[in-house]
Ligand binder design. Structure first.
Ligand SMILES: *Cc1c(COP(=O)(O)O)cnc(C)c1O
Length: 462
């Protein structure tokens, strides 16, 4: 064995303690650290540690990289839709690496079974019944990809074609309809050979990002006979808007299409009685995407995909090989269900969080984040220099600075805010206007943080 490897193995106790100390020190000062930082100029070459071994690498990392990272696990990082990592999630995540299971095939241990049970339990949190079967994937993009891959197979089945065998050419063109699909739907259409141009916008309700069901019905009538997927949004990234799922389900009764619901973060509305009605009907979707590294506050690399059509999933993703054993169609191994073969045991992270805090604990995070968004929304409304671009429907505040309606102006304001060290927000365009978004999804963010973000923004505007 290489000398450094051998030494690290001998010194594992001190190595893990040093790592723990570094992580702890970072987390304990997170409130005082700037939520985000300007990246350093690119083009430097990799600096190598002066000594071999993990302890030297740790010192180099702490010195050279750690001070230059975002502190997105802190309470005033409101960019994109970013969660942090709850204590139990960190515990689970550390163990995922230490135990390094590959929960792909189930005859070397029980890791896949923990994944099955965890998926089923989380499905219940969001009102998904036993007919919705799921798996862990790396993020919502992959979850949307799986949903559309299943849709493609289903469309083939309606026409007596097996896309998984014969290829997409045997099916012909597919149209993906949606009012405000997330960018990852376009990416999935590209990866699946449907083509980005297959994603066709449907008219929205006035001032909303939600589909106009009457316009969708006209579109469905005009496209009778075409292979159609409808993607619904349960929580749009710009304004947290929701499509009317019961209305879409009623249309599905009359027109044949596959209904995919991107509920990446919006599914968590199910945990708050004030907004739970927005995801009523989710269980009836053909496929559902739910991200866990956003509002569940698990570290990155975690999302769920659900479908009521598991047999199709097996057709698309099965990975038959003698060395993997027979496929059990009633209880397929995960290697036959998602794009990955070997994969991280990410289910353990979710398992720890659900054991530690339960649905109730996570519901408290969701409610507090909604309260924070509503408070910032009030402050924006009361401030004559700011203007809400959309009502605060969930955890996102989408607003404009009066008189500032260009990309560069918004960007430089946001950089000034970032460099002030108090808050981090990201830009957007809503209804043709440039604006700012604040997305509340961190487990430590309070209503007081919303007030601090507003004050910091005012300071950056001076
Ligand atoms: C974040 C997000 C995605 C993509 O999620 P990743 O986890 O970044 O792959 C898809 N849809 C919605 C609505 C999102 O908010």
């Amino acid at each position: 064995m290489h000398d450094a490897l051998n030494k690290d193995w001998q010194q594992l106790p001190s190595l893990l303690s040093l790592t723990r100390d570094l992580a702890l020190q970072h987390l304990q000062q997170i409130d005082a650290l700037p939520p985000a930082r300007a990246p350093r100029p690119p083009g430097r070459t990799l600096r190598l540690a002066e000594e071999a071994g993990a302890a030297a690498a740790l010192r180099l990392f702490a010195d050279e990289w750690l001070p230059c990272l975002s502190n997105s696990t802190g309470p005033r990082y409101l960019g994109f839709v970013t969660g942090g990592a709850t204590p139990a999630a960190v515990v689970g995540d550390w163990l995922v690496s230490a135990l390094d299971q590959n929960p792909t095939a189930g005859w070397d241990g029980d890791a896949p079974e923990l994944e099955r049970q965890t998926v089923a339990e989380l499905g219940r949190w969001f009102g998904l019944g036993a007919a919705q079967q799921g798996a862990f994937v790396s993020g919502a993009t992959l979850s949307n990809f799986v949903g559309l891959a299943l849709a493609r197979e289903w469309l083939g089945e309606q026409r007596g074609v097996k896309v998984s065998e014969q290829g997409l050419a045997a099916l012909g063109p597919v149209t993906v309809l949606g009012a405000a699909p997330h960018s990852s739907i376009h990416k999935a259409a590209s990866m699946l050979g449907l083509g980005r141009a297959a994603v066709r916008p449907v008219a929205r309700l006035p001032g909303r990002e939600a589909v106009d069901p009457a316009a969708l019905e006209r579109e469905l009538q005009a496209r009778a006979g075409e292979a159609l997927i409808v993607t619904a949004s349960a929580g749009t990234v710009n304004s947290g808007d929701f499509d009317d799922l019961p209305a879409l389900l009623a249309l599905r009764e009359r027109y044949p299409f596959w209904l995919h619901v991107d509920a990446a973060f919006g599914a968590f509305a199910a945990l708050d009685p004030r907004v739970a009605g927005r995801v009523a009907g989710l269980d009836a979707a053909d496929s559902v995407c739910i991200d866990l590294h956003k509002w569940m506050n698990l570290p990155y690399d975690s999302a769920l995909q659900f479908t009521r059509h598991r047999a199709l999933q097996l057709r698309v993703f099965s990975n038959a090989a003698a060395y993997l054993g027979e496929i059990d169609e009633a209880r397929p191994d995960f290697v036959h269900l998602t794009p990955e073969n070997s994969r991280r045991w990410r289910a353990l992270v979710a398992w720890f969080a659900l054991q530690a805090y339960g649905r109730e604990g996570h519901a408290e995070i969701v409610a507090r984040n909604i309260d924070g968004a509503r408070r910032l929304g009030e402050l924006v409304e009361q401030d004559p220099t700011l203007e809400l671009l959309a009502p605060v429907r969930l955890n996102i505040v989408c607003f404009a600075v009066r008189g500032l309606d260009d990309a560069a102006g918004v960007q430089s304001l946001l950089e000034c805010l970032r460099d002030g060290g108090e808050a981090f927000l990201t830009p957007t365009r809503f209804d043709g206007r440039w604006g700012l978004r604040a997305a509340f999804s961190n487990w430590r963010t309070t209503v007081e943080d919303a007030e601090r973000v507003h004050s910091a923004l005012k300071k950056s505007m001076l």
